[in-house]
Ligand binder design. Sequence first.
Ligand SMILES: [Fe+2]
Length: 267
Amino acid sequence: MLTQEMLFDELKKTPYVQIEFPISRPQFEEAALSFFKFLELPDHLKNHIELKIAPLHRRGDIGLKHRDPKDDAYNDTKDFFHFHPLILETYSSFLKENPIIQDFMAKALPIWEASNTAVKELMALMDQRFPGTSQKIFDTDHVHILVRFLKYDWKACGKYLAKPHFDAGSFTLALAESCPGLRIGKGPEDLKIINHQENHAIFMVSSNFKKTIETDELAPAWHDVIQRDETQIGRGFSRWAIVVFIEAANVEALDKSETHKWRTEEI
Ligand SMILES: [Fe+2]
């Protein structure tokens, strides 16, 4: 059982901690497969779902997004879908007519629910040291917890699948990845490959955490994703990852110059 002391002791040493998570590897793989099938649909279908839960935040968009370095030098090349259960009530008739999308949403929902439960438990621990933390996240009609399904194409990425950055939210849960490659540290000097334990998620402190817990004890997780096998660079292989972004209700994100601050030399 994770206690408040253990959680904070770990997070002071490294900006992440592995927590138990009840979704199995095959279940994540099935969801990723269903996401890949969704991505093969025509544009008008896969772009149909579009919602926003956090009007002030530069994140908080629900639906399919494409990021391209051509549009913004901070971007990596990737496609991702943000899932939130609000989709199910907003688009119920559309989903009934589109079984591939419905199947993807059906596989995303239990992952979101398990994430929501994990966040509730973690925030209850935070409450013991910083009362009111849970309230900042959950006292809203639509909690800002988004499950991101990500697909990267190696061909377009080279050594870095994701260039180093802080996430824009308060916290992040890295749930699963097709193969290891995620590196985390406090900054560029101490990035280390994370070996994801079975049935565990990686809970990270992210750049906006002070909007949720006001403390200088913690630091956010600087991270990137690299190709470890150099012979694979430029091949057609696609990587998938499933990540959860957690943010307090009605807050603004930090600027990209902050969330990508040690990358300015590349821009
Ligand atoms: Fe990230």
